[in-house]
Design a protein around this ligand. Structure first.
Ligand SMILES: Cc1ncc(C[n+]2csc(CCOP(=O)(O)OP(=O)(O)O)c2C)c(N)n1
Length: 374
């Protein structure tokens, strides 16, 4: 179905959410039609925030908002759905559009497997009606469903469309942010590998972990130095904190993304308060959710290093060039002490970038073996 027809059926004039690759045609169409971070379309920091914004929109207009997300975001959304939107609380109607990763029977990445299995069940438990949309779904099907949903929505309930791969087509403009800085994320990661030597690296969700994995493969190095945070977006710095505090003799490098750091920005002041001497926090700021289609994050307009300094990180810097980066990485390693290095990067990745060929269990085992944990 053309995404334009799908969106028209929803009969809404406000959209908010977090981008997803399954929903890329819809994200691009909404961004092209309503702009980004306007009164009609807001890319939220996380899916729970999107629900808050949508609730505010409803309270101030009486109209029904649309919240879009990847099914990974259902977890972030559970609390505001159950304690704010639900019929037994404030009864705020919302239409959800949810990209379905990890659908049972369809090959996908390991971190999507369980979430994919419980996607519809979780909606059911939260009393949210849902319809699966695939490439055979017609405009008439969606219109009929919306008619069915209208009485639910009138009564303050929520309703969802769960979107299978290939359900939408879109031929219009994409709204890609290009980023600033001279380096691509992958080039920055190669510099980090070089500087970190045999230290531990905790890498963020999306292509950063895939690029780290492939770089190790290319150079025949062990994957045991790395913990790939393949799911759990926004939590890699907290995982790194837990390791750094309990392995004070090891230097721990966290390779974060701007979208991921933004998603759970509250991790920063907590890390700063603990102030582990062996923690080097790198944020690759390409100003975009590059891994799922390149939609911009607000971080592109900001200096994450300044945010980190305000949170209490004792040493911060912001880098745009390779030579400068190598210097900063070496000095962070040499000086010891908590630091944050923000790398302003260009948006982009190799089209043939692969995915980790080992399992998550093997990744965990090798990583724990490397630390001597049995
Ligand atoms: C809770 C949750 N919401 C959404 C996603 C989908 N997702 C995977 S990677 C990604 C973008 C990450 O952006 P950033 O951290 O800036 O890294 P980049 O892709 O630019 O390297 C998104 C939105 C997810 N995995 N989990």
């Amino acid at each position: 179905m053309k995404v334009e027809s799908f969106v028209e059926c929803l009969n809404a004039d406000f959209f908010t959410g977090v981008p997803d690759s399954r929903l890329k045609p819809m994200c691009d169409y909404i961004s092209a039609s309503y702009g980004i971070n306007t009164k009609q379309h807001i890319i939220a920091a996380n899916e729970g925030n999107a629900i808050g914004i949508a609730a505010g929109y409803h309270l101030a207009t009486g109209k029904i908002p649309v919240v879009y997300m990847q099914n990974s975001g259902e977890g972030n959304a559970v609390n505001p759905i159950t304690s704010l939107l639900n019929e037994k609380v404030y009864a705020i109607p919302v239409i959800f559009v949810i990209g379905w990763r990890g659908e049972p029977g369809i090959k996908d990445e390991p971190h999507h497997a369980f979430q994919g299995q419980i996607t519809k069940e979780l909606l059911e438990v939260m009393d949210i009606a849902c319809m699966v949309v695939d490439k055979n779904t017609t405009e008439a099907d969606v219109k009929n469903k919306m008619e069915e949903y209208s009485s639910l929505l009138k009564n303050g309930k929520q309703a969802a469309f769960v979107i299978r791969e290939g359900a939408f087509s879109y031929e219009g403009a994409t709204s890609l942010y290009k980023g600033t800085g001279a380096l691509l994320r992958e080039e920055a990661i190669e510099c980090i590998i070089q500087a970190s030597g045999t230290d531990l690296i905790i890498s963020t969700t999306g292509k950063a972990s895939r690029e780290l994995f492939e770089a190790r493969e290319r150079s025949g190095q062990s994957h045991g130095f790395d913990f790939l945070t393949v799911g759990s977006m926004g939590h890699c710095s907290s995982i790194a904190l837990g390791i750094a505090l309990n392995k004070p003799e090891q230097t721990v490098w966290c390779v974060d993304g701007d979208g991921a750091a933004l998603m759970h920005l509250g991790a920063l002041p907590v890390i700063a308060d603990l102030n582990p001497r062996n923690f080097i926090h790198i944020v690759i700021n390409n100003g975009a959710h590059e891994s799922v289609g390149g939609q911009p994050t607000v971080m592109g307009k900001l200096n994450i290093s300044k945010i980190a300094a305000a949170c209490g990180y004792p040493r911060v810097c912001c880098i745009t060039e390779r030579d400068e980066l190598m210097e900063a990485l070496k000095s962070a390693k040499k000086n010891q002490g908590l630091s944050l290095i923000e790398i302003k990067c260009k948006v982009g990745s190799r089209p043939e970038l692969g995915r980790p060929t080992t399992t998550t269990f093997k990744n965990k085992r090798e990583f724990m073996d490397r630390m001597g944990i049995v």
